[in-house]
Design a protein. Structure first.
Ligand SMILES: [Zn+2]
Length: 325
């Protein structure tokens, strides 16, 4: 199993519910991508399927036959579907639901894990809904979603919701350490924005990050020519826009942290951070011209504002205040 780090409170509470046989049959694990929700679901499933008695440890004993089968991905009573583009189909759902309607192969319990449940099609959701409405005591459903609000409310109301927070930098480092990451990769932990999953994207697009570092340096110097060029380039490259905005937000957050002791600089980066969050919203959800907004964000990163902030902290409106959206 991959290293499971953090989420101690939720994991202990879930484990206790299993031991006391009070675990609801349908659970929804909500929280951002890449923080280990699926791993927590696997840990819970292993405990549910473990046959050690009388007291099953959190995550199962790891020694009994079901645990061994589970670890080698051969346990017949755990079903995992992942939704999204090229993901599980309605037929896959039907197949899993059919298996859940039969007797367990080992023991009594069966577990279904639905990854990216917020990407289930309407038809798929309706299939599952019927099963959720008539729960059987031996079946457990764990739905995993970064955006639970995308799920039909009928489905949400059937599930007990568990929220998982972003990981701390230390937690991300310990995951990386366990995976044998290089020193360079370890340094990326600060950019991960609480998500181990974000690291693979980060690694793949590191050039992008370097470019953003250079542009933010230029923005701090007040190099209008450089930031205008960047805003134009980034604003017109629609395929990488969302990712660049994420990088921008991560890097600005980082600058805010490293400049915490300098009140003026910290105020500039705090304002810039709010601006990037606003920018993501107005560009992606409201389709406001990305070049203009990016320019606005980058202009706001100039050291020239630091003096102004020192004197009047709330003098500059954020993008949302400005656009009155
Ligand atoms: Zn076991």
């Amino acid at each position: 199993m991959l290293p499971l780090v953090g989420h101690t409170t939720q994991r202990q509470a879930l484990s206790t519910l299993v031991r006391e046989e009070r675990l609801p049959s349908s659970l929804l694990f909500a929280g951002m991508e890449g923080i280990g929700k699926h791993l927590v679901a696997r840990e819970l499933a292993r405990q549910l399927l473990c046959q050690t008695s009388p007291v099953i440890p959190q995550g199962g004993c790891g020694e009994c036959k079901p645990c061994k089968l589970f670890d080698s991905n051969n346990h017949p009573d755990i079903h995992t579907l992942t939704f999204g583009p090229d993901g599980a189909s309605v037929d896959d759902i039907r197949q899993v639901l059919e298996r859940l309607s039969l007797r367990a192969f080992m023991g009594t319990r069966k577990v279904a894990i639905f990854n990216n449940a917020d990407s289930i099609s309407m038809v798929g959701a309706n299939c599952i809904l019927k099963t959720l409405e008539e729960p059987r005591p031996e079946n457990f459903f764990i739905l995993i979603a970064a955006n639970p609000s995308k799920l039909p409310s009928t489905m949400l109301s059937r599930c007990q919701r568990w929220f998982f927070d972003r990981l701390s930098e230390d937690e991300i480092r310990s995951v990386l350490l366990a995976r044998g990451a290089s020193e360079e990769e370890m340094a990326l932990a600060t950019l991960a924005d609480g998500s181990v999953g974000a690291l693979s994207t980060i690694r793949a697009r590191i050039e992008n990050a370097d470019e953003i570092t250079a542009v933010l340096d230029a923005a701090w110097r007040g190099d209008l020519a450089r930031i205008t060029r960047a805003a134009q380039e980034w604003g017109t490259e629609k395929t990488t826009l969302a990712e660049r905005l994420t990088f921008l937000r991560m890097q600005i957050r980082q600058r805010l942290v490293t400049n915490a002791s300098d009140a003026g600089a910290a105020a500039v980066w705090a304002h810039a951070l709010q601006n990037t969050i606003d920018a993501e919203y107005v560009i992606i959800d409201r389709h406001v011209n990305p070049t203009l907004i990016l320019l606005r964000v980058l202009q706001g990163c100039s050291h020239e504002y630091a003096t102004g902030y020192r004197m009047t902290p709330n003098r500059y409106p954020t993008i949302l205040e400005d656009l009155a959206l």
